[in-house]
Unconditional design. Structure first.
Length: 277
């Protein structure tokens, strides 16, 4: 990969979205009556992906969950790559979580307007293997911004182990964001290990994102460390999944003046898989 990386500007627009492979539902009964769309392609999914592309184009860094990596249900299309192309993101990567034969391949994904210095694949503990977290680093050294993207387990016991893993992986790095469908609320207390053992702080407010047709639970999050100043939290209304997206604009700390130096990308699998230009 060649070319100079752009440093993130002082304000960074972040968005997290569980897109459910572009499968939209409008009530709980649709999990049953439209459940076949979980495993088979449908024209509405392409239409929904187009609407998602229109939304994410307004952001600098996008964390995706349940984006299909290219199985039968998506028409064998990598949905992260599709969104990167449609929304003109120069950098993208994905992390397949659990492959169900060739029928479904949900993944975490990242779209970025800034070139990462590293992308690291974390495998999360759990009774059923497959869930992971994607760590994306922007910049280098102590001033680097580390962003973790995760989709946590449905069961409290599974989440407890995964949250403990993330707390240890994040550590006391000063510039951190944790984004994704964490399947729990801050108010419920499950995220206390994150706040106790990292520099991520509880948000002043939470925004309900689930279910998308009548949002009552705040389970999709963008949690940031105290060095990142939250400026605006919003929930864009785009009902193309069973979740709504959540967006946060943050102000980054001032960088100390340093001499420029070349950065060699050393990424564990998956490496950054797309760059335009």
């Amino acid at each position: 990969m060649s070319g100079a990386a752009r440093e993130p500007r002082r304000q960074l627009r972040l968005l997290s979205f569980n897109i459910q492979a572009g499968f939209s539902i409008e009530s709980y009964r649709h999990y049953v009556t439209k459940g076949w769309q979980h495993v088979l392609p449908h024209p509405d999914k392409r239409k929904n992906l187009g609407e998602i592309a229109g939304l994410v184009a307004h952001y600098d860094f996008v964390a995706l969950q349940e984006a299909d990596a290219g199985s039968l249900r998506s028409g064998f299309q990598n949905q992260v790559q599709y969104l990167a192309d449609k929304a003109d993101f120069p950098f993208w990567s994905h992390q397949p979580n659990r492959k169900v034969v060739r029928v479904a391949e949900p993944s975490n994904g990242v779209l970025s307007r800034y070139e990462p210095s590293a992308v690291i694949d974390h495998r999360l503990p759990g009774a059923i293997p497959g869930r992971g977290a994607l760590e994306v680093q922007l910049g280098s050294g102590a001033s680097a911004l580390r962003i973790f993207i995760a989709h946590l387990a449905l069961t409290p016991g599974g989440r407890r182990r995964q949250i403990a893993y993330l707390a240890e992986a994040i550590g006391m790095h000063p510039h951190v964001a944790l984004m994704g469908d964490l399947n729990c609320t801050v108010e419920g207390g499950e995220l206390k290990p994150i706040f106790a053992h990292t520099r991520i702080v509880p948000p002043a407010v939470e925004a309900s994102t689930f279910p998308s047709w009548r949002p009552r639970r705040a389970i999709d999050h963008i949690l940031v460390s105290e060095a990142l100043k939250p400026l605006a939290l919003e929930v864009p209304i785009l009902r193309v999944s069973d979740h709504l997206p959540v967006a946060l604009t943050v102000e980054l700390p001032k960088r100390e003046e340093t001499k420029p130096k070349a950065i060699r990308i050393q990424a564990q699998k998956p490496a950054i898989e797309g760059k335009k230009g």
